[in-house]
Design a protein around this ligand. Structure first.
Ligand code: HEM
Length: 412
């Protein structure tokens, strides 16, 4: 049941200076303290974005899920009132329309074409490949001098190699696509640069699809080309846009979960041992708990109301932007007991780290598989793994759409 908050229920039109969003963090492993304050006292309130707009920030679990489940909120970045993440995101989404920024039925049409590639069953078939890549990367890391950067040696190449295998993108090109996607996910990137990089990446994917039209391959891009481009259900450009979304979404998120998750585990040695030695059920619960606690997609799910909608006792008017802060929902004490603790024994953990509703992460079975393989394998291969620099030297990804640690020097 949605509760009405007496403070939130008064429209705060008198509020002249809404707080800036995203907010600065205190502890780098916790969301900003201001988010918790808003959740407790004004769970639906205006915030100010980089472009001067003042959308509603939704901070409670129940309200976040209500927004994400409600089709009257649109994901279309082109609609007036949509709260953009950055200038770079705006130009990028304008030049490449992908289904993450579309509404049904258009969104569903594209998403349906990929569903068979991401079923739990299909993804389970990739386990041997994920285990092999993990093993090879860990052996290569063991051969490096210590300290080594875990992000560079393991956290980034693992999901990057896996998504390359799945899509059929040559991993040999990883410097190119990793650098481009890093720049596109940086909220400080200038629009011109974002546009250039987006065009280059898109051109690269178009070329990969074109090659498959001439010579079919048995990989996701190959199957999409064979089943949808040849049949003219999709244009070459549309298939390339889908591939581009998967390539970017498929490696940055998981890579940062591996980096930040490892840092968290190294600060909680008892839990690290349980992750290392636990039965699959323990490992699975541990992965869910890290996903909840860290919520690397840390700057909210963004929508715009297409009609007047009642949420948490407030009316969001048609045309107003909302930010459903999943990073705050995942720390809501009304849903999670001791939400700021890393607890592998939660009875229920319906976190929203993968979002909720029709746009809920398509790649979540793959992300889960990678994390369930990566953490225990890393901790088993290096039982004495430790962070090799003082905590204050670590640089966190405050400027990035996906949160994490830029580099994680480790010794073993
Ligand atoms: C730990 C890793 C991951 C996290 C935390 C994550 C998180 C998310 C979130 C929060 C959304 C919802 C976006 C919204 O509501 O606007 C999303 C959507 C999406 N994710 Fe992920 N993701 C992860 C890994 C992956 C992987 C590995 C892939 C692909 C192989 C992927 C592909 C997608 C796609 C295609 C969408 C758009 C779905 C749609 O609009 O229907 N993600 N992800």
């Amino acid at each position: 049941m949605t509760t009405t908050n007496p403070i939130a229920s008064q429209r705060r039109d008198d509020e002249i200076d809404p707080p800036r969003y995203p907010m600065p963090r205190g502890c780098p492993l916790d969301p900003p303290a201001d988010l918790a304050r808003l959740r407790a006292s004004a769970p639906i309130s205006r915030v100010a974005l980089w472009d001067g707009s003042t959308p509603w920030l939704i901070t409670r679990y129940e309200d976040v899920r209500a927004v994400l489940a409600d089709r009257r909120f649109s994901s279309d970045t082109e609609k007036a009132g949509y709260p953009p993440t950055s200038a770079a995101q705006l130009v990028r989404r304008r030049s490449t329309r992908s289904f993450i920024a579309m509404d049904d039925p258009e969104h569903a049409r594209y998403r349906r074409m990929l569903i068979s590639e991401f079923t739990v069953r299909h993804i389970a078939g990739l386990r041997p490949m994920v285990e092999r890549v993990t093993h090879e990367l860990l052996e290569a890391m063991a051969a490096r001098a210590t300290p080594a950067d875990l992000v560079d040696a393991f956290a980034l190449p693992l999901p990057s190699m896996v998504i390359c295998q799945l899509l059929g993108v040559p991993y040999a090109d990883h410097d190119f696509f990793q650098e481009h996607s890093r720049s596109l996910l940086d909220i400080t990137t200038e629009p011109d640069e974002a546009l250039r990089r987006n065009e280059e990446l898109r051109g690269y994917l178009v070329e990969l699809v074109a090659r498959r039209e001439a010579e079919p391959t048995d990989d996701l891009l190959g199957r999409l080309t064979e089943r949808r481009v040849r049949t003219r259900e999709l244009t070459r450009d549309e298939a390339a846009s889908m591939g581009l979304l998967l390539l970017i979404a498929g490696h940055e998120t998981t890579a940062n979960m591996i980096g930040l998750g490892t840092l968290t585990l190294l600060r909680h040695q008892e839990q690290a041992v349980r992750m290392r030695d636990g039965e699959p059920a323990v490992v699975n619960a541990a992965v869910e708990e890290l996903l909840r606690l860290l919520t690397v997609t840390h700057i909210g799910r963004r929508r715009v109301a297409t009609e007047d909608v009642q949420i948490g006792g407030m009316t969001i008017r048609a045309g107003e932007g909302v930010i459903a802060a999943n990073e705050s929902a995942n720390r809501d004490p009304a849903e999670f007991v001791h939400p700021d603790e890393l607890d592998f024994d939660r009875e229920t953990n319906h976190h929203v780290a993968f979002g909720f509703g029709v746009h809920q992460c398509l790649g979540q079975p793959l992300a889960r598989l990678e994390l369930q393989v990566a953490y225990p394998a890393l901790l088993r291969r290096f039982p004495r793994l430790r962070v090799a620099v003082p905590a204050e030297e670590l640089q966190f990804r405050n400027n990035m759409v996906v949160y994490g640690v830029h580099a994680l020097p480790v010794a073993w």
